[in-house]
Design a protein around this ligand. Structure first.
Ligand SMILES: [Zn+2]
Length: 137
């Protein structure tokens, strides 16, 4: 019994590897993101009107299947590279928002200065006239 199942399994595996030969067949970043979209849409499907959840879930799953079975390996991996870069840009955009500076002038000599936002009250020493003052940033 056991050997038959093993045989069937190895045969199935051979068929699978044969049919996947020359295909993309990777769970790359895009496919993972699409699978997350699919899972989220399956969960929130009932809260969305007009079958939007269903349609998006189906579209995401179809895209994963298409990309997984695609024979154009290089375009697929290029897509993935661009996707990774795009995600990095989005991350940088949000980081940049947090890391912006507050600009102000020295009360004595009107020298322009800047300090990173969100630190609360800080003691500033003017580089120009060495006046010390407290500023909320
Ligand atoms: Zn000054």
């Amino acid at each position: 019994m056991r050997s038959i199942w093993m045989q069937r399994l190895t045969k199935f595996y051979q068929k699978y590897t044969y049919s996947m030969r020359g295909r993309y067949g990777r769970a790359d970043h895009i496919n993972k993101a699409l699978l997350i979209v699919w899972a989220v849409m399956m969960i929130f499907d009932r809260f969305l009107p007009f079958y939007i959840g269903n349609i998006l879930a189906l579209a995401a799953f179809a895209l994963v299947l298409y990309r997984f079975c695609s024979k154009k390996i290089y375009p697929r991996s290029n897509e993935n590279q661009r996707f990774i870069q795009w995600i990095a840009q989005v991350k940088n955009f949000f980081k940049g928002k947090q890391g912006t500076y507050r600009y102000f002038k020295c009360p004595e000599c009107k020298q322009k200065m800047r300090a990173p936002k969100g630190r609360g009250k800080i003691r500033v020493t003017c580089k120009n006239c060495h006046t010390q003052f407290v500023k909320k940033v």
